[in-house]
Design a protein around this ligand. Sequence first.
Ligand code: FE2
Length: 166
Amino acid sequence: MASDKLKSLKDLFEHEIKDLYSAETQLSEALPKMAEKASDSKLKKAFESHLEETKKQKERIEKIGEICNISVKGEKCEAMAGLIKEGEEMLKMDAESDVKDAGLIAAAQRVEHYEMAGYGTAHHYAKRLGLDEVAGLLEETLNEEKAADEKLNKIAIDSVNEKAQK
Ligand SMILES: [Fe+2]
């Protein structure tokens, strides 16, 4: 985290944006590995399509940086690093393929919930700061994260968890 003093909500907003940018960057590097190791075809596709979304979400943050005239780089999101580390531990574990799929969903849903919290907060800050265009961009991503979480939930409940139980 940068050592600059946070003097206002605007400063905190910028900090949140940098944090989210780091989170998306890290996730875009982790998702291909998760897609590769997923056995269930729907789960594999879900990871692949969320990778494409994640790349667009990163670009959206870069656009926010341009609009707000701030650098989006320079911070590391330690929480995302931890969540990804847990996901990678699951990738390496000796597990039945269906059980591993269930574990990958559990790790990925933690990531989505973390992102939903971050984007929800940043969206509210942007609205309060009168940054309407930025708020719109953040809301778009927030909705994508919610949809990604729902999709994972459905894959787990409709098939993967049942296969893992056997
Ligand atoms: Fe994301």
